[in-house]
Design a protein around this ligand. Structure first.
Ligand SMILES: Cc1cc2ncn([C@H]3O[C@H](COP(=O)(O)O)[C@@H](O)[C@H]3O)c2cc1C
Ligand SMILES: O=C(O)c1cccnc1
Length: 375
């Protein structure tokens, strides 16, 4: 059996990735190969960078998080010569069967409509990425209705998940296939020269599986991690919590097995983002994590491959309840506190200029000795 993935930017430079599905567990093996390719950070380069930062004309540590980012980038790239890199936000799009339970303030068709908006460059993520000189790639990994657009990366695994309040959202094979899509997209972008990646998503209803993932993997009561998403009222919030509790009860996900949790109470775009994160880490690229949904993917990636956490940068703290707890579970500290709660990769795009600034500080600041300044 053949599966064809169209990957590219428009018809001219588009290419088809042909994947032979020889064995049923092919995707799982591919994901695990990627995980075993994730290296430890280069601690020598990190030490060198810390020393370099202390020679620059400023009190030690006074550039705060910029310095921490510089040290992390040195560890990731293995070099203290940081360059301004090509950056891309990968927006994974998917629909959710659980929308049938009434968990979002918006109808499901908004997913496909927003995918077109993103492809036409009119969404918030496009604006913020343009400000940062970054590209946006939108991937259909699980949208319910067929979307046609020449810039769309069509990798649809399934036309939306099943309703997790009644049955498993995906089979394990589907979850691994969606993760594989993310890895393949990163491979493709890496070949195009992108070296900094960010996670984004579009999927009406996706704060519901994200909260479910956090509840199960974090061992936290649903009521502490469920939030208002697109803006539901108090009554709908209680209903959403009950739906998530039912989904966990019906599916009994194994909290020791992140892939099982993703399949049973996750989403196709969330699994796709797990692949983006694992793929970026295996390529030694930093991966900027957006808000609540992206962080659910980061949490699953962290459980599948603990070494991938070193490659993550948490861009911001979302207003969505549960996000701080999600980041705590992963062990990440968000850089920005700007009261956003949109998703799409907006917070991650906003962090790009800060990453470029960290690199510029390292490369352009004078040293105490060079500038003749007393310590
Ligand atoms: C117009 C519009 C644009 C969006 N961009 C991101 N989201 C965000 O809201 C959705 C999650 O919230 P919930 O779980 O409550 O549905 C996701 O699509 C997320 O990306 C949007 C939502 C809407 C309505
Ligand atoms: O933090 C997010 O990513 C988020 C929060 C609410 C709705 N959509 C996305």
């Amino acid at each position: 059996m053949h599966k064809e993935y169209f990957v590219g930017q428009g018809k001219k430079d588009g290419q088809v990735l042909r994947v032979k599905e020889q064995r049923k567990d092919r995707w799982k093996a591919y994901v695990h190969d990627t995980i075993s390719g994730i290296a430890e950070l280069d601690y020598t380069a990190m030490e060198e960078m810390a020393q370099h930062l202390d020679q620059l004309t400023k009190p030690p540590g006074s550039l705060g998080r910029l310095e921490k980012i510089a040290v992390q980038l040195a560890g990731i790239t293995g070099s203290i010569k940081l360059q301004k890199q090509r950056k891309a936000v990968v927006v994974m799009a998917g629909d959710h069967g659980v929308c049938a339970e009434g968990v979002s303030a918006y109808p499901q068709e908004v997913t496909a409509q927003m995918v077109l908006n993103i492809l036409d460059g009119g969404a918030a993520v496009n604006v913020l990425a343009r400000q940062a000189g970054a590209s946006v790639y939108c991937v259909d990994v699980g949208v319910k209705t067929e979307v046609k657009h020449e810039r769309l990366l069509s990798c649809n695994v399934r036309r939306g998940t099943r309703n997790m309040a009644r049955e498993a959202a995906m089979t394990l094979e589907e979850a691994y296939e969606a993760i594989s899509v993310g890895i393949r997209i990163v491979d493709h972008l890496y070949q195009q020269g992108y070296r900094v990646l960010a996670t984004g998503e579009m999927g009406i209803g996706n704060t519901t599986p994200s909260a479910a993932i956090l509840s199960v993997l974090g061992g936290l009561p649903v009521i502490e991690v469920v939030g208002r998403g697109t803006g539901i009222d108090e009554e709908k919030l209680r209903h959403k919590a009950a739906v998530i509790e039912r989904a966990i009860e019906v599916n009994q996900p194994d909290r020791q097995d992140a892939a099982d949790v993703l399949a049973k109470v996750g989403g196709l775009e969330i699994a796709g983002l797990v692949g983006v994160i694992l793929g970026a880490a295996s390529r030694r690229c930093p991966v900027v994590i957006d808000g609540f949904i992206s962080s659910a993917a980061a949490l699953a990636a962290a459980r599948m491959a603990p070494q991938s956490v070193s490659y993550m940068i948490a861009s911001h703290l979302s207003e969505e309840r549960g996000h701080q707890k999600m980041l705590d579970c992963i062990g990440l500290t968000p850089v920005l506190h700007v009261n956003m709660r949109l998703g799409e990769g907006t917070g991650a795009a906003l962090l790009f200029p800060i990453i470029d600034s960290a690199a510029a500080i390292v490369n352009e600041m004078a040293t105490f000795d060079g500038a003749g300044i007393s310590r």
